[in-house]
Design a protein around this ligand. Structure first.
Ligand code: SAM
Length: 386
């Protein structure tokens, strides 16, 4: 059976703690959940489903299509088993391959050695079968193979994403301490935001939260912003099928929004970067930008979400100076944001206590290795702490 018609297991990796959101996205595409871990979800489908996942999920990083599973005790065993896979059916002999891996096996200390063995076995086989071999190296812009080797069990995947999906491509100017795009999307999905109320984002930095909020509200898939995927560099890739999928996806996105998205920052440089990033993402006309202190952010009339990702002292800002800032955010919420749901995304719970409001919910996230919380505040009159 050809690669493009067979059904197999598909692993979608994600940031630590994002699994529940990715889970929901996968289910909403009509695909089953076979298993899940701290940083991945496993489903089942065809390469066409892998293409859909690449295009349609907001919170996943890599879509890995399982090719083979086998046992290998040592590097020579790996070479031998990898040599048996019909690579000439999948990879063009004039192509380029990159092998990545996660290795937890006693006979290998450095995963790069496993990558090398795997790559050698692949190119040697293709040379034997086709008379020439593809180039190889660290670039992930063409065919990418992922090896997961635990104990004596090896899983060989086609990394259908190539460059990770977290690199949406719109953040040309990231500034300092930006949130990863997939994390920003998960944090927004956690609020239930669907574009049916206002979204206000003071301290917007490079604009990631406001941009992801606009993309979600418009029903625009971030995958449309990326033009190169790993699956495009496999034999048998049907470009017209991919174009059709993109066309269908574009057709269902909204052309206008009824509610406001507002993004502000005290730094003019940040607002300029956020504006440029929003333009690259194609959503600049849906976001109102302003340079101002967070406390002067215009609050649109009606119901809405107000979300801040203030500095939390790990990377920028000093802890001492930040205490009054967090207290100020609490005052700002109380005085100016009545009727809104307030959210603070922070990696410092001591600082968060300075906000002085009762939290309605506290959700655990990770920004890289930093444990973070999304704190939710219901900003109706009675929510104030006594
Ligand atoms: C952690 S960064 C936000 C990063 C953003 N989520 C992103 O993805 O790029 C915090 C931002 O708060 C801004 N900021 C700090 N103090 C501020 C204040 N008093 N009023 C408004 N913005 C402030 C900084 O300029 C910085 O851009």
């Amino acid at each position: 059976m050809s690669l493009w018609s067979k059904k197999n297991r598909i692993v979608i990796t994600c940031g630590k703690g994002i699994t529940p959101f990715l889970n929901e996205e996968v289910l909403s595409l009509g695909l089953p959940i076979l298993s899940e871990g701290v940083a991945h979800v496993e489903t089942e489908g065809t390469m066409f489903d892998a293409m859909r996942l690449n295009l349609l999920v907001r919170t996943g990083h890599r879509v890995l299509f399982l090719l083979e599973t086998f046992h290998a005790k040592n590097p020579d065993g790996l070479y031998e088993k990898i040599s048996r896979i019909q690579w000439e059916d999948y990879i063009p002999e004039d192509g380029y391959i990159c092998v990545t891996s996660t290795v937890e096996t006693p006979t290998i200390q450095d995963s790069r050695f496993a990558n090398l063995k795997c790559k050698d076995a692949m190119v040697d086989r293709i040379k034997r079968k086709c008379g020439r071999r593809p180039d190889s190296g660290p670039k992930r812009d063409r065919t990418v193979i992922h090896l997961y080797w635990k104990g004596e069990v090896c899983f060989v995947y086609l990394d259908t994403s190539g460059e990770p999906l977290s690199k949406r491509g719109y953040r040309k100017i990231p500034l300092r301490a930006p949130m990863q795009e997939t994390l920003a999307a998960a944090v927004i999905l956690a609020t239930g935001w669907k574009g049916d109320r206002n979204f206000v984002n003071p301290m917007c930095g490079s604009g990631t939260l406001a941009i992801e909020a606009a993309l979600i509200a418009l029903g625009r898939q971030p995958g449309l912003l990326k033009s190169n995927y790993g699956f495009m560099h496999l034999k048998g890739f049907d470009e017209s099928l991919w174009k059709g999928l993109k066309k269908k996806t574009k057709a269902v996105s909204k052309k206008s929004l009824n509610w406001k998205i507002i993004a502000t920052d005290i730094s003019q440089q940040a607002v300029e970067a956020a504006e440029k990033n929003a333009a690259t993402a194609g959503v600049e006309q849906w976001i109102e930008f302003k340079v101002c202190d967070y406390s002067d952010t215009p609050i649109a009339e009606g119901r809405g979400i107000i979300m801040l990702n203030p500095p939390y002292g790990e990377r920028i800002g000093e802890l001492k100076e930040l205490g009054p800032v967090y207290k100020g955010i609490g005052d700002f919420f109380k005085k100016r944001c009545n009727g809104y749901m307030g959210y603070i995304f922070t990696g410092n719970l001591d600082l968060a206590k300075q906000v002085g409001l009762r939290t309605k919910k506290r959700l655990l996230f990770f920004n890289g290795n930093i444990e973070c919380r999304l704190l939710a505040y219901d900003l109706y009159e009675g929510s104030r702490k006594r």
